[in-house]
Design a protein around this ligand. Structure first.
Ligand code: CP
Ligand code: NVA
Length: 301
């Protein structure tokens, strides 16, 4: 019996598997825009999608991706399953595994995704937890490689050391991107994530509390919201702490700009930057679709 391969963070893939997923994503993307768009690689496969938090990109890109691959996706919001009435995650994982070929999960506690993976006999794909957003990182890497034609770039993360940042740190480490993270004191990347990242060959991640220093030599600058879903009570405190960390025209020079979206214009980034020629955010959002199709084809085939 082969082991079920889950995708809870980017380093659940080997470096070779990550390269393959990015190459397949690029191929699927060019097929889609070419004449031959018949890539029904997952006929009759079904993906269940469990959402505890809202989503625009993740939901629509996974659902569309499954349709384009010849399969089907089932959206299960917080009120749609018996989880809302107290059915355990372990029972839900085992039951869904008897019906579907994969389960995408967007949950608050990362430990819940881990528990689902423990009990599921089909792949669990992390569509965002409080700790990680690996599908986003796949799209981020694809966007960087597409734009710069290589991973020989310097990147800066400016802002919260959140879920998106943590998976980006791991992704950059795996492909050898030289990354500096600038965050306010107390809002950094977990030590355990830095340790995992620094196990890979290539430059170690640099950490600073100075955004200007972080972006000085960067080719690409990435930011995300200061108040993530579930942190609404910390809003006032976080807005104060992140003063000086806005990605705006004064901070930037000619760097390309990434944002996983949704963006809060006037907080972590300005409208002018998002709307500028330097922003890669729409390609980045599109690349969620292609990267996830490649990932699903690998995990569910
Ligand atoms: N970037 C991202 O995951 O967006 P959604 O919350 O809209 O899915
Ligand atoms: N860090 C954000 C990402 C949303 C896609 C959040 O968790 O709300």
């Amino acid at each position: 019996m082969t082991m079920t391969q889950h995708f809870l963070d980017v380093d659940d893939l080997s470096r070779e598997e990550l390269d393959d997923v990015l190459d397949d994503a690029e191929a699927l993307k060019s097929q889609e825009t070419g004449d031959d768009d018949n890539h029904a690689l997952l006929p009759d496969k079904t993906l269940a999608m469990l959402f505890e938090k809202p989503s625009t990109r993740t939901r629509v890109s996974f659902e569309t991706g499954m349709t384009q691959l010849g399969g089907h996706a089932i959206f299960l919001g917080p009120d749609d399953t018996q989880l809302g009435r107290g059915e355990p995650l372990s029972d839900t994982a085992r039951t869904l595994s008897r019906y579907v070929d994969g389960i995408m999960v967007r949950v608050f506690n990362h430990a819940d995704a881990v528990e689902l993976a423990e009990y599921a006999s089909v792949p669990i794909v992390n569509g965002l937890t409080d700790d990680a957003h690996p599908c986003q990182a796949l799209a981020d890497l694809l966007t960087i490689r597409e734009h710069f034609d290589s991973f020989d770039v310097q990147a800066a993360w400016v802002g919260d050391g959140n879920n998106v940042a943590q998976s980006f740190v791991i992704g950059c480490a795996m492909v050898g991107i030289d990354l500096t993270v600038a965050h306010p004191e107390g809002y950094g990347i977990d030590d355990s994530v830095i340790d995992r990242a620094n196990q890979f060959d290539g430059p170690n991640v640099t950490v600073t509390n100075d955004p200007t220093k972080a972006v000085a030599d960067a080719d690409v600058v990435y930011t995300d919201v200061w108040v993530s879903m579930g942190q609404e009570k910390e809003r006032d405190e976080k807005l104060q702490a992140f003063e000086g960390f806005q990605v705006n025209e004064e901070l930037l020079d000619e760097q390309a700009v990434l944002h996983c979206l949704p963006a809060h214009r006037g907080e972590e980034i300005t409208g002018a930057v998002i709307e500028s020629d330097h922003a890669l955010v729409w390609d980045q959002a599109e690349n969620r679709l292609h990267a996830q199709k490649a990932l699903l084809t690998k995990l569910l085939s």
